[in-house]
Design a protein around this ligand. Structure first.
Ligand code: AMP
Ligand code: MG
Length: 355
């Protein structure tokens, strides 16, 4: 391999892509969505078609960001107000599907993924843009909310109507909205005749098709958010999502507080630094990465099985990388001396899963 090709491959890898067919045109574009940079890579269509597709996706993401924003006034804040009032009401269409999916995934995760804990997230200061105002809440206020136990099970959805029996329920789709948004974006790309693409939002992505017949090469973020922990290949249709405590956090009196809350304690989840999940659809991958982060190094396998997740990598607070056998077969870690623990198989065919 010549020197220039080698550098090109390294650069492509860093941006989550790789492929050997340099004749296949790749259109890359970047815009802001859900408060993070979103990269769209499209292969195998004329440039004008790719440009139009990215413009369409950017509009989609703007609409979704408005619909699901937890604190800027819009369909979700209106929904939250009506849920708290306890009356039966017609759900905004933009919220309905995400609510249904959230309820199913919350149940499968034993409510460790619990988008009904919006009040807790607000209490910890994470429902605002200005990090200067982030500070830990009063312990009694946290305990009051844990006792109130807001859950997706408190909401009855009938056709397009909803009614909530627990006034403490407030929805926050921070752990699933990006995943669902990426699924809708991929659906839209396919409708436009694009079958080889990656939609990558801040390192969380769904890849479809391939590039010149080669799988996409994906970088797994390190547990600090900086650097690369390892690589894996995806082709066909797969999503790779990471939840990490580095994403949103603050230092208060020498202690770090991060944004993934354990609904059982009301406090930031402990024991985990990051979790990477591979799954077919991005919605499930997103919710599962958050749920497994909360489940932690001792309980992640049980929750992964319940949620039907086949590939998990969890970095614990001691920097040990835990993987199930099928994930271990797919990941190439950067540091060959990294401490690794391979778990028992998650599924019957865990040893045999081929990428
Ligand atoms: P993620 O980065 O996908 O793990 O999502 C984290 C975001 O989801 C946080 O910023 C909160 O808005 C929200 N969140 C925090 N803890 C939970 C939880 N246990 N279940 C559901 N959503 C949560
Ligand atoms: Mg998530």
């Amino acid at each position: 391999m010549n020197h220039r090709l080698c550098i090109t491959l390294i650069l492509l890898a860093i941006f989550g892509l790789s492929g050997c067919d340099r004749n296949e045109p790749v259109y890359n574009s970047r815009f802001l969505a859900f408060g993070t940079l979103t990269d769209v890579s499209i292969v195998g269509v004329p440039r004008e078609k790719a440009v139009a597709a990215v413009e369409a996706l950017e509009k989609d993401f703007t609409i979704m960001n408005h619909a699901w924003h937890a604190w800027n006034p819009g369909p979700l804040t209106r929904t939250n107000k009506l849920l708290a009032e306890g009356k039966r009401f017609a759900l905004p269409p933009s919220v309905l599907a995400l609510m249904r999916k959230s309820a199913i995934l919350a149940n499968k995760s034993d409510h460790l993924f619990n988008p009904a804990i919006g009040r807790l997230i607000r209490l910890w200061g994470f429902q605002q843009d200005n990090p200067d105002n982030w500070q830990p809440p009063d312990a009694a206020a946290v305990e009051e909310l844990v006792q109130a136990n807001p859950s997706m099970d408190d909401i009855v959805i009938e056709d397009i109507h909803a009614q909530c029996s627990n006034p403490w329920v407030q929805l926050d789709f921070g752990a699933i909205g990006k995943g669902y948004g990426i699924d809708l974006a991929i659906e839209h790309l396919r409708e436009m005749g694009i079958n080889n693409a990656i939609v990558n939002s801040g390192g969380d992505l769904r890849a479809i098709g391939a590039r010149g017949g080669h799988p996409w090469r994906i970088a797994i973020r390190g547990a600090t958010g900086a650097g690369i922990l390892g690589f894996l290949y995806v082709s066909g249709d797969e999503s790779v999502f990471t939840s990490g405590n580095y994403e949103r956090n603050y230092l208060w009196k020498g202690k770090v507080y991060h944004h993934i809350i354990d609904p059982r304690t009301g406090h930031p989840a402990r024991g985990t630094r990051s979790v990477t999940v591979i799954h077919d659809d991005a919605t499930t991958a997103d919710a599962a990465a958050t749920a497994l982060f909360v489940a932690g190094p001792r309980d992640w396998q049980r929750i992964a099985r319940q949620m039907g997740i086949k590939y998990v990598l969890l970095v614990d607070e001691n920097n040990i990388v835990h993987m199930n056998p099928a994930m271990a077969r797919r990941v190439q870690l950067m540091d060959k001396n990294q401490s690794v623990e391979i778990s028992a198989p998650l599924m019957q065919d865990d040893h045999n899963n081929n990428p």
